[in-house]
Write a protein that binds this ligand. Structure first.
Ligand SMILES: Cc1cc2nc3c(=O)[nH]c(=O)nc-3n(C[C@H](O)[C@H](O)[C@H](O)COP(=O)(O)OP(=O)(O)OC[C@H]3O[C@@H](n4cnc5c(N)ncnc54)[C@H](O)[C@@H]3O)c2cc1C
Length: 489
């Protein structure tokens, strides 16, 4: 575990007499265990991997999550140490820079409250997933809780009030673990939808996959031409490069410690929705970059430097939004990727997973275990909005023209669908406060059959059911997707 500089812990809420079992120690599960503990709930957390899984490269996290670390002094400090704030610069298929680097930050800073203005940075935080995960797990150990590794959930079994049976999970060893509330945080491909929807939700390929890798920067710095090409900005800030060409979406970026790159391509037999299936770097050249006109040789050098155990060929799959995240009894609840799939182009998979965690812990503390079904209802529309923007970004190449050999002036520094992901309604949201303020109102509306309007979505937006194929068809037919309501404020 990492060094523990700030040992103070948040005050724990009074015991609420609820036991919870979190299944899956990804970022959603770990933060959920922490927040449940803080809210006075008894928690255990299990994970199928035999030990901490250190694979993965990076993800983005924004102020809506970082602000919650105000309750966790160790994480508030550690997060600032391990995060970085990238600038964004667009490039064409030849790797030529076509926009100057700009900071990625919340657009309407005038609209912030005094507390918001003083809090952590409003810029996007990029994280190495392994480092962020380690921070959460270190915090968990500081409260005296350990992830129970090597425990794989096979089946979720709903509570049965008549038979006075708690909800439970059956492990692959045959062991049954039960609790008042079971939280399915087991990511994509978990088995909990059988308990919530009565069936598995089929994953459909988007037809694309993404090569992705991160590895120590020293490997790249040993090549002087690459060291110069991928140097940091004069103030030490990293630049996230997005390369867009005909059918190409690639990223390159380095930090003080790591080199990361990714390349979207047509899904193939070697791609899989897995964070642990690696492929040899030469395959990227043979199957993909050798066929891209103008693709620079130095980019292939970076690809070939990637260590064998760091390169994933992650298939981008889609599952339509499911509004129900709880079992019939309400005692099995899904959070994170187990409840909703995000494409990387949404920049929100980790953010929304952790919002779920914070929100659920608060709802359980204020509403008790008998009203859990209602606790997740105010999250669905918000998540659905961000899923949608991710699909539009993937389908439109982030709204940039996807012709080859684009020049300066052809690209927008921050295109509108990227801006939508950083809008105040996304970034300023406080999931704990929202749960505290809205839960009783939402519950009363449900009980009285009156309507309840969420305010954690774009102002004026009215949710209409949608699916992946229809949305893609709209984009393919050249239709401009109008987002109803105000998505930019
Ligand atoms: C090892 C790993 C590396 C990743 N790397 C990246 C990355 O580089 N960039 C990125 O954007 N996203 C990455 N992700 C996905 C990203 O973390 C999630 O999309 C997002 O943060 C939501 O988190 P989550 O906790 O819901 O899901 P996840 O982070 O996927 O966590 C789910 C956890 O549940 C465990 N689990 C699954 N099934 C069972 C079971 N039956 N019983 C018990 N435990 C189970 C998994 O092992 C995993 O630890 C990675 C995920 C993993 C697991």
């Amino acid at each position: 575990m990492g060094s523990i500089e700030t040992p103070s812990l948040p005050p724990r809420g009074p015991p609420v007499g609820i036991s919870a079992l979190v299944v899956g120690a990804g970022v959603a599960g770990l933060l959920c265990a922490l927040e449940l503990w803080r809210q006075g709930i008894d928690v255990q957390i299990i994970e199928r991997s035999p030990s901490r899984n250190t694979s993965g490269d990076g993800f983005s996290i924004s102020y809506n999550i970082i602000r919650s670390f105000r309750n966790w002094p160790y994480m508030a400090k550690k997060n600032e140490e391990i995060a970085f704030h990238p600038y964004l610069a667009w490039h064409n298929n030849k790797g030529e820079r076509v926009t100057e680097p700009v900071k990625l930050e919340i657009s309407e800073s005038n609209d912030l409250s005094a507390e918001d203005k003083e809090g952590p940075s409003k810029q996007i935080y990029r994280h190495s997933r392994p480092n962020f995960h380690l921070m959460l797990e270190t915090q968990l150990e500081m409260i005296g809780m350990k992830v129970q590794y090597g425990k794989r959930a096979l089946r979720y079994i709903d509570a049965d009030a008549k038979q006075k049976k708690n909800a439970s999970v059956e492990l692959d060893t045959g062991e049954i673990m039960e609790a008042d509330v079971i939280i399915a945080a087991d990511g994509v491909g978990g088995h909990s939808t059988k308990a919530t929807l009565g069936r598995e939700v089929p994953a459909r390929s988007t037809g694309h996959a993404i090569y992705r890798a991160a590895f120590p920067i020293e490997i790249v710095l040993a090549d002087p031409e690459l060291a110069e090409r991928f140097k940091l900005l004069p103030d030490g800030s990293p630049v996230a490069e997005l390369w867009i060409g005909k059918g190409i979406a690639a990223t390159f970026g380095r930090t003080q410690t790591e080199m990361g790159w990714s390349l979207r391509h047509k899904a193939s037999q070697t791609s899989a929705e897995s964070w642990s299936k690696y492929i040899p770097p030469q395959r990227v050249i043979d199957d993909t970059t050798s066929k891209i006109e103008g693709w620079p040789e130095y980019a292939n050098r970076v690809i070939l430097m990637t260590p064998q155990d760091k390169l994933l060929n992650f298939e981008l799959v889609w599952r339509d939004p499911q509004p129900i995240w709880t079992s019939k009894s309400g005692r099995i609840v899904q959070i994170g990727d187990a409840a909703h799939t995000f494409l990387p182009s949404s920049g929100n998979g980790a953010n929304q997973a952790m919002e779920d965690a914070i929100s659920l812990a608060k709802c359980l503390a204020i509403a008790g275990k008998d009203n859990i079904r209602e606790a997740t209802k105010h999250r669905f529309e918000r998540v659905s909005c961000l899923q949608k923007v991710g699909i539009i970004n993937q389908a439109t190449g982030y709204g940039q023209k996807d012709n080859d050999n684009q020049a300066s002036g052809d690209f927008t520094p921050i295109p509108k669908y990227v801006k939508a992901l950083m809008a105040p309604w996304v970034v300023k949201h406080d999931p704990e406060q929202y749960a505290a303020e809205q839960f009783h109102e939402a519950l009363a509306a449900l009980q009285n059959g009156t309507s309840f309007q969420n305010t954690n979505i774009p102002k004026g937006h009215v949710y209409e059911p949608w699916n992946f194929e229809d949305l893609l068809k709209l984009v393919e037919d050249g239709g401009e997707i109008e987002l109803d309501g105000n998505w930019y404020n």
